[in-house]
Structures are given as structure tokens and as C-alpha cells.
Design a protein around this ligand. Structure first.
Ligand code: ATP
Ligand code: MG
Ligand code: FE
Length: 342
């Protein structure tokens, strides 16, 4: 079965073809980062318009790469939510229009399920069950995953997401959007311990997170600098910030591993690309004898491959999950726990 995946929830247009027999056939991505950078964040209307421009050329690109015909597609999966309403509508209308033209069934996919399952696209995928840390631009959640659609929320952020904390703190340091990778790179040159930031909820005895205070702490430090902040200063602040955030993420993962007794930890979402987080997790995993799994770097942030894959997994379990009813609705807000089991 060949599934076309269409992702357009935010500022990446991603298309991909996944074959349940042969694996990922092709994927193509256009990131709008450069376009939004001058505004310091994603401008929803610009995002929607750009998805309109990019979708069809990207479809042609994946068709060519995979050397298949449109009629070879068995189903079309699109991101139904959560995300920006206008951006989601572009992908949904594209998928349903194409489905209608080709007479192929379509299904809406939950964007976070896409992220959550993206590590299964790697060459050595984890087996179920596992603990998953989903750390993206809009979400920070710990979950127990027993199979496709069997997700139990163990804890989540009470305010900002980890990626959001990265982006907001980076902005305070004058770094361009999106700040996550930028602040991470800068932190490599910083001295550990020159700035110590709070570890929010480290001892809260649950698996929840809170990151908005961390951003405020960065702001306070910057305001308290009497002289102009030099580059080394910035790097030291970046280092203090990254160390604090990584400490909390790692500690909560450890607690979840201990409490569940499971031996596999899976990281998903954009912040999963962070090298300091990966290094720290690899170190504790070796010590505590559990395995950590990551998505391929290119599949940490938004992409079409994870949507094609999540759609294919849903359809494998239940072929009736896709429909030839081409009326669609998107769900800009859609908590993962409201997603029905496969
Ligand atoms: P959501 O999936 O929750 O709707 P999103 O799609 O915007 O949000 P992703 O695409 O998964 O989120 O990830 C983007 C986020 O990941 C941004 O906040 C970005 O700064 C962060 N990020 C990407 N690479 C890194 C990195 N190397 N270090 C830290 N953060 C990073
Ligand atoms: Mg993005
Ligand atoms: Fe995402």
C-alpha cells in the first residue's frame, strides 16, 4: 500500500510517499523559515499563501523521485490538526481535491502522532512499548506508547513548550528565528556555570514541566547586565539556559523510565534535534541501561514523511480509516488524547 502524506500545519510544506512494503519512497520539503525570519516568527497569512504555492511542485517532485504514477497511490493522508487553521486548510483541501480527482480515499492525521511515530522511520526503529518525550515548538509531553493509537499521557508542560522556550530566549539574545538551533550553537562556546538558571519543577514529583519562568530568568539576566552584552556573555547565557532546560528534560525522562520500568525511550519533535539534549540522554541511558531512539535529524522538525507513515500505520490497522467523503474539516486545536485508538 502506497500512502501520500501532506503536511502543512505551520511553516513547512512537506510531501512524501510511504510504501508499507518498501518503506519511504520519496519525500520533499519546503521550509518557510527564511520568509518568516524578518518578522521574528511565523505570520499565519503568509504561511497559508506559501503552502498554496508549494504543494503542487512538491507533489511533482516526490512523484518523480519515487518514479510511480499518481494512480499507484492507494490513499492520501494529510495533517488535520493541530496547527494554524489557514495553513491546515491548504493541505486538507489539496489532499481531498487530489483524492477526489484520483478516486482515492483520504484520511486526516494528527500532527503529534506524526511526530510521535517519526522515530519508527529510522533504520533501527524501537519496538513497542516505549516512553516517548515529545518536544516540539508547541508541545512538551511525556507519554507511554503501547502501540499505534495507544498513547497514555504521563505529563506535559503547564505553560511554554520546550521549543517555545528555546525560541523566546533566543529572541531575547537577539538571535534570528527559529532560535532553537541558534542558541544551541552559541551555547557550545559558553562557559558552564557562569550563569545558573532555575530548573523549573525539577522536584515537583510528577512528570509535568514549566518553562515560562526560564525565559523570564533569561530576560532578567539580560536586563541586569550593566555594560553592553558581548558575544562571550551571550554564549555564557545561552549555555546556562540550555543546561537548565536539558537538565529538566533528562530528569523527567529518567523518572518516567523508572516509574514505568520500560527499557526504551523515544524522543520526537524539533527539540529532539538538539545535540546537548542528545548527549545528555545518551549518557544517562548508558548508565541506567536503557535504549534511546531518535528520529533522523531531518525528520525531527515538521515533514511529510511522518504524516505519510502515521497514515499508513493507521490504515494498516483499519483500512476503513480512510474515506471517499471528500468534505473536510481541520482541527487547529486537537489534544492527542482525543484521538481515537487505531
Ligand atoms: P508542534 O509540532 O508542537 O505543533 P512545531 O511543528 O512548530 O510545533 P517542530 O517542527 O517539531 O515544532 O519543531 C520546531 C521547534 O524545534 C522550534 O521551536 C525550534 O526552535 C526547535 N528546534 C529545532 N532544532 C533545534 C535544536 N537543534 N535545538 C533546540 N531546538 C530546536
Ligand atoms: Mg516549523
Ligand atoms: Fe510539529
Amino acid at each position: 500500500m502506497i500512502v501520500l502524506g501532506v503536511e502543512s500545519s505551520c511553516d513547512e510544506t512537506g510531501l512524501a510517499l510511504y510504501d508499507t512494503q518498501r518503506g519511504l519512497l520519496a519525500h520533499a520539503l519546503h521550509s518557510q523559515i527564511a520568509m518568516h525570519r524578518e518578522y521574528g516568527g511565523v505570520v499565519p497569512e503568509l504561511a497559508s499563501r506559501d503552502h498554496v504555492r508549494r504543494t503542487l511542485p512538491l507533489l511533482n517532485e516526490v512523484m518523480q523521485k519515487a518514479t510511480i504514477q499518481k494512480q499507484d497511490i492507494d490513499a492520501i493522508a494529510y495533517t488535520q490538526g493541530p496547527g494554524l487553521a489557514g495553513a491546515l486548510l491548504v493541505g486538507a483541501s489539496f489532499a481531498c481535491g487530489l483524492g477526489m480527482a484520483l478516486n482515492k480515499p483520504v484520511l486526516g492525521v494528527h500532527h503529534l502522532e506524526g511526530h510521535l511515530l517519526s522515530p519508527l522511520l529510522a533504520s533501527q526503529p524501537p519496538e513497542f512499548p516505549f516512553i516517548a518525550l515529545l518536544v516540539s515548538g508547541g508541545h512538551t509531553q511525556l507519554m507511554r506508547v503501547d502501540g499505534i493509537g495507544a498513547y497514555q499521557l504521563l505529563g506535559e508542560t503547564l505553560d511554554d513548550a520546550a521549543g517555545e522556550a528555546f525560541d523566546k530566549s533566543a529572541k531575547l539574545l537577539g538571535l534570528p528565528y527559529p532560535g532553537g538551533p541558534e542558541i544551541s550553537r552559541l551555547a557550545e562556546f559558553g562557559n558552564p556555570g557562569d550563569f545558573t538558571f532555575p530548573r523549573p519543577m525539577l522536584h515537583s514529583k510528577d512528570l509535568n514541566f514549566s518553562f515560562s519562568g526560564l525565559k523570564t530568568a533569561v530576560l532578567t539576566v539580560i536586563k541586569n547586565q550593566t555594560a553592553n552584552i558581548c558575544e562571550q556573555n551571550k554564549a555564557d547565557i545561552a549555555r546556562g539556559f540550555v543546561d537548565a532546560l536539558v537538565d529538566v528534560l533528562v530528569a523527567k525522562c529518567l523518572t518516567a523510565m523508572k516509574e514505568s520500568g520500560l527499557k526504551r525511550l523515544v524522543i520526537a519533535g524539533g527539540v529532539g534535534a538538539n545535540r546537548q539534549l542528545r548527549a545528555a540522554l545518551n549518557a544517562v541511558a548508558a548508565k541506567r541501561r536503557f535504549q534511546v531512539y531518535y528520529p533522523e535529524l531531518e525528520f525531527c522538525t515538521d515533514n511529510g514523511a511522518m504524516i505519510a507513515f502515521a497514515g499508513a500505520m493507521r490504515l494498516k490497522k483499519n483500512p476503513a480509516a480512510a474515506t471517499r467523503d471528500y468534505g473536510f474539516n481541520v482541527r487547529p486545536r486537537w489534544p492527542l488524547h482525543e484521538l481515537s485508538a487505531a
